[in-house]
Every structure is written in structure tokens, then in C-alpha cells.
Design a protein around this ligand. Sequence first.
Ligand code: PXP
Length: 237
Amino acid sequence: MIKLGVNVDHVATVRETRGISEPDPVAAAVLAELAGADGITVHLREDRRHIRERDVRLLKETIKTRLNLELALAPEILDFALEIKPYAATFVPEKREELTTEGGLDVISHRLKLEPVIRNFKEAGIIVSLFIDPDLDQIEAAAAIGAQFIEIHTGRYCDAKSEKEEKKEFTLIDHACISAANFGLRINAGHGLNYRNVAPVAKLPGIEELNIGHSIIAHSIYVGLERAVREMKALLS
Ligand code: PXP
């Protein structure tokens, strides 16, 4: 069955609005695991707008599943990740002014920077994934520089304004999965997935894990986190 990685960034977002210690993304991660999450994902952004180093350290010590750390190519974050050694590192593009990650990483133009970083992370025993758009040239570049996984950016599929556009974006994701598999890449996907749009993506062959944050944390406000995770897991099966 396809795995569910729960992104708990937005628990930290709520905490940061008050600058106090609650709600705690570490407690949320434990509850998500009890409800069946197969992994926990967090993004340590350069501006620390939600997740902080303390969270990543405690998550690494506490969770029983797998920690996937999202990060950009910022030297101090890279050093921190190499010290913590999460199960997996997913490289994402990052802009300070964005509300959330906008678009995939441009592997082709960042190839020279990415290549040695990927080598270091792999040598440290960290699985390397690149968050990219469903674009065949980017997939080829990801394979060429030694990434083990790609995470296909599903944002444009999720944000589609018409059925026609949704179908077009879905086809791109489908083709991206076929191409990635042909290059020997393992595949995750995520961004913007929710209880209404997740099922077709979960059915695509080759995808191992979906990383989902906002919709689960939003739903948990109404039904509680454990139920929100269980309902998402049920849609994946
Ligand atoms: N995957 C990546 C690489 C992301 O940056 C994010 C957002 O932090 C997600 C998945 C989860 O996206 P969402 O919160 O829209 O489910």
C-alpha cells in the first residue's frame, strides 16, 4: 500500500503565531504515527517561520517511523541536516516571500551545486529526494546527478481550475512516474493533496509515498488529528 508521510509544519505555524511552546509538532507527530502515518515530514525553512532546530532534533529522537527533512541549499541548514541525519532529505526550492513552496526545484540549473551535496548526504547514509515538477528533463537530470528519489510536485494538479486542466496536469504526473521508473528513480509525490483529490494520485503505479500536510492539519481542527490521519490513510488504500 502507498505510504503516507504526514507533514506537521502547520502545527508549528500555529505555535509560532504566539511564540510559546504549544501546539507542539512533536506531540502531533506522535499522534499521527499512532493513527497510522508511515513517516513524518518537516521543512526547516531559512526564516524558521514554523519548524525550528529543536523540533527536528526531538522528532529524530522521538518518532518511531521515518523522518523526512525538507530543506533548501542553504549552507547552515545543510550542516544541520548532516548533523541530525534524518532518514531522508528532500531538497526543495525556497523563497522567503512565498506562502508555501512554489514549484519544483530546477535541477538542471542547480546541477553543479546539487551534485556534491547529494554525494555528501548519501555518504552520510541519508536518502536523497528532489522535489521537482512533473517535467521529463528535470527527471532525467535528477537521475543523472544521483538522486535516489524524486518527489513529484502535485501542486498544479491540485490547483487546477477546470476539469480539462486537472486532466492535463494529472497526465503529466502519470508520464513523470513512467519516466522516473525508467531512469531507476524511486517516486514520492505531494503538495496540495487533500481528501477530494488524493485518490487518483494514490492509484498511480510506482509512487511509494505521498507527503501531505495542510489538508490533514486543517481537517484535524474539526475531527482531531488521529481521525484526520485515519481518514486519509483509508483513501490511500
Ligand atoms: N511536499 C513538499 C516538498 C512540500 O514542500 C510540502 C509543503 O511543505 C508538502 C509536500 C506538503 O504540502 P501540503 O501542505 O500542501 O500538503
